[in-house]
Design a protein around this ligand. Structure first.
Ligand code: ZN
Length: 52
């Protein structure tokens, strides 16, 4: 069984264009969402990936 390194998932998606809406051209940044590590889009303020 493969081990998934959650942190590498964050790194892989960091800097990608926001997938949330077509109107948003923000890039994903690492940040915190409710105290957990997450990737958030600063433009639309949406947490895309949250790591528990
Ligand atoms: Zn966005």
């Amino acid at each position: 069984m493969a081990t998934v390194d959650r942190r590498s998932v964050l790194q892989k998606l960091e800097g990608k264009e926001c997938p949330w809406t077509e109107d948003c051209t923000g890039t994903l940044e690492r940040g915190r969402y409710k105290g957990d590590e997450a990737l958030v889009c600063p433009d639309c303020d949406t947490p895309i990936v949250r790591i528990w």
